[in-house]
Design a protein around this ligand. Structure first.
Ligand SMILES: Cc1cc2nc3c(=O)[nH]c(=O)nc-3n(C[C@H](O)[C@H](O)[C@H](O)COP(=O)(O)OP(=O)(O)OC[C@H]3O[C@@H](n4cnc5c(N)ncnc54)[C@H](O)[C@@H]3O)c2cc1C
Length: 269
């Protein structure tokens, strides 16, 4: 998505969505920056959205802004789109306690479903229009005399009484320095910036690392790649994934009786 003052963003409503609330949602972009705000929150992933919703419920809805460098909500779940990307804890737990989702189609949901869930939650809880998209916080300094934060962003500056950081621990892909790597002639990319235009079918693929992401995309990639080489320094433990579809012949109890999902949450494992 390019930056444009007149663009209307289509947040996704994807085929196969099980939730009737997943309608296309357009938000005007980008939100004008105020000269001063009570609360500035960095990031619109789980942390930033949850904080903004909680503060809105406490009466601060008109005095907060979310600064988000991307063009869409979701953080981790917007950025990562590698094959097989999904939650590795049960979705009944990996969701806001105040926004249970009876429409998960699998017990360990895929990335597109989680991204849609976050978009929908932001909209339904009234914080979508509090987000200044395409707005990266570049510098923050505390003015002790005026008791305000001076915030410099990619779209201008503002001051804030409170600054809350929800920028994520894993939002910056880390690419280690490997001798000789810069002269490698093949295509390279980080799993957090998956190059979907590069077809791996029949290709020789080298994967570095065996963290949670590799564990998810390796089984997908190896099906079509010609050869796969996996470079592993520290072997991780991998437990069986007890994923199962939630869609069956009849509606889930939680779709008919939403309170059952709240009751089952403490017992989900
Ligand atoms: C591939 C992957 C799979 C994962 N799976 C799981 C899982 O199954 N279970 C689990 O518990 N955890 C998982 N995690 C961890 C996951 O990151 C956290 O659970 C959670 O989503 C983090 O949310 P967050 O809002 O703190 O950060 P993020 O989701 O990273 O969001 C941070 C946001 O801040 C924005 N931002 C950062 N810096 C700036 C700036 N300077 N200015 C403006 N905006 C900024 C970013 O653009 C981003 O939108 C996974 C992580 C990854 C990468």
């Amino acid at each position: 998505m390019t930056k444009s003052a007149s663009v209307l963003r289509e947040t996704s409503s994807r085929p196969g969505s099980a939730n009737p609330a997943d309608q296309p949602c357009s938000v005007p972009a980008p939100l004008p920056l105020p000269s001063h705000i009570g609360i500035a929150i960095v990031g619109s992933g789980f942390s930033g959205l949850g904080t903004a919703i909680a503060l809105s419920n406490e009466g601060y809805a008109d005095d907060l802004i979310i600064l988000e460098r991307r063009a869409s909500v979701g953080g981790t779940w917007h950025d990562n789109s590698y094959p097989g990307c999904r939650c590795d804890v049960p979705s009944n737990l990996y969701s806001f306690s105040f926004a249970p989702n009876p429409h998960w189609t699998e017990t360990f949901s895929t990335q597109p479903e989680i991204e849609r869930y976050l978009q929908r939650t932001a909209r339904e809880f009234g914080v979508l229009d509090k987000i200044a998209f395409d707005t990266a916080l570049e510098k923050a300094s505390w003015d002790a005399d005026r008791r305000v934060w001076h915030l410099e962003t990619s779209r201008g500056s503002l001051t804030a009484d409170f600054l809350i950081y929800g920028g994520g621990l894993l939002s910056e892909p880390f690419i280690p320095e490997i001798p000789g790597a810069p002269s490698f002639a093949g295509t390279t990319f980080h799993s957090a910036q998956w190059n979907h235009a590069h077809d791996l079918t029949g290709r020789r693929v080298a994967i570095v690392g065996t963290g949670a992401s590799t564990i998810q995309f390796l089984p997908v990639v190896q099906k079509s790649a010609g050869q796969v080489f996996l470079f592993q320094r520290t072997p991780p433990w991998v437990f069986p994934h007890r994923n199962r579809p939630t869609t069956g012949p009849g509606p889930l109890p939680s779709r008919v009786l939403p309170w059952t999902q709240r009751v089952s949450r403490p017992r989900t494992s």
